[in-house]
Design a protein. Structure first.
Ligand SMILES: NC(=O)C1=CN([C@@H]2O[C@H](COP(=O)(O)OP(=O)(O)OC[C@H]3O[C@@H](n4cnc5c(N)ncnc54)[C@H](OP(=O)(O)O)[C@@H]3O)[C@@H](O)[C@H]2O)C=CC1
Ligand SMILES: O=C(CO)COP(=O)(O)O
Length: 332
């Protein structure tokens, strides 16, 4: 049993906190919103972000005090919207216990720097590689909050530390595998959100299985090429964090990215889809970062480019797909 702190009490932070509590750990949630802290601490609820859970476990509490939140924590989980991770974590610098493992649940690339969350977290907290882990997989928060069976992957350069994190989140309904491919895991989680936006858009526009399968498969090829160029192990893309998460996210209205895309496909503007979104759709800010990263690494990113034109210029779904097709006959 460990003392574990979760920074960010959104839908996934809270749902993962419940997994950790179910695994027997003492869990403290930290949130910036006083109302959310109060709801979790005093009523064992997170009505605002995870209303599906009627009663959070008794070994789960919350605080808004940063120093109190992380004091004595053996594992610190970061579940903050990716674009705000740097600013939020800066406030924790100097407070993190010297031997704590810091784990990111976030799936995004930082806009402006094109950095993955492992880079942002390590840079901000001045953390050595062996004390950083990423968790990623087909993990729709609402299903896991309802304790539906699911699996995930924990990546850390130190396999021992990956195992510590995996043990801490293993329950009878949640299974964690381990890997040392941090870059692969980060790339999978971030890029599948861009693909889910495009699949959602096609579905929203009324297209069927063939179109969805095409976007998913071409998207996976793009994700794999970019990931490999960044230093990832290609095997990771065929696993739970790659194909697995792609299937879950691109096939479920529980995904905020899929739903955001579907709303665009039905004719909403980016502004309207943002207002309708029930939580952060990480693919939206990540799309431009993926295009920029592709340029930096010399890897073509036709799907991310087509989605960036949708998000920045409002092109239609059929225009997006025409861009994705391209004009040339190429080998698959
Ligand atoms: N939901 C899911 O099914 C899954 C999500 N993820 C990933 O996990 C991450 C978090 O997602 P999720 O919890 O669902 O998202 P939510 O939109 O539900 O929550 C986002 C969280 O970020 C916090 N936040 C935003 N800005 C700041 C800031 N400046 N300082 C501190 N906290 C801030 C929010 O705080 P506040 O509530 O106060 O606004 C909230 O706790 C994302 O990267 C997502 O891609 C990964 C797997 C599954
Ligand atoms: O990452 C997820 C499932 O694995 C959740 O996807 P969304 O962020 O699109 O809801």
């Amino acid at each position: 049993m460990s003392k574990i702190t979760v920074l960010g009490a959104g839908a996934w932070g809270t749902s993962f906190g419940q997994v950790l509590a179910d695994a027997g750990n003492d869990v403290t949630m930290w949130a910036i919103e006083p109302d959310i802290v109060e709801d979790i601490r005093d009523r064992r609820r997170n009505e605002a972000r995870l209303p599906v859970v009627e009663q959070l476990p008794a070994n789960m509490t919350a605080t808004g005090d940063r120093a109190e939140a992380v004091a004595d924590a053996q594992i610190i989980i970061v579940a903050i919207a990716a674009q705000f991770a740097r600013v939020a974590l800066t406030e924790f610098k100097g407070l993190i216990p010297a031997d704590a493992i810091v784990v990111s649940l976030m799936k995004g690339i930082e806009r402006g720097t094109n950095k993955r969350m492992d880079e942002v977290v390590r840079e901000t907290l001045d953390l050595p590689a062996d004390r950083f882990a990423a968790v990623s997989g087909p993990n729709l928060s609402k299903e896991i909050a309802q304790r539906h069976p699911a699996a995930t992957v924990v990546a850390c350069e130190s396999l021992d530390n990956a195992r510590k994190v995996a043990e801490a989140c293993t329950t009878d309904y949640f299974k964690a595998f381990v890997t040392t491919d941090v870059i692969g895991l980060e790339m999978c989680g971030s890029l599948k959100n861009v693909i889910a936006l495009a699949v959602g858009m096609a579905r929203g526009a009324g297209y069927g299985e063939n179109t969805a399968a095409m976007i998913e498969t071409r998207g996976l090829a793009e994700l794999t090429a970019l990931g490999q160029a960044a230093g990832a192990d290609p095997k990771t893309f065929a696993g739970l964090a790659g194909v697995g998460d792609l299937i879950a996210t691109c096939g479920s209205p529980l995904s905020r990215n899929y739903t955001f895309g579907a709303n665009l496909g039905k004719g909403m503007s980016v502004q309207e889809a943002t207002e309708a979104s029930n939580g952060v759709a990480e693919g939206v800010p990540t799309t431009d970062a993926v295009v920029a990263l592709g340029k930096e690494l010399g890897v073509p990113t036709p799907l991310a480019y087509a989605m960036s034109r949708v998000l920045d210029e409002g092109i239609s779904c059929s225009q997006m797909l025409t861009l994705l097709f391209g004009r040339d006959i190429t080998e698959e």
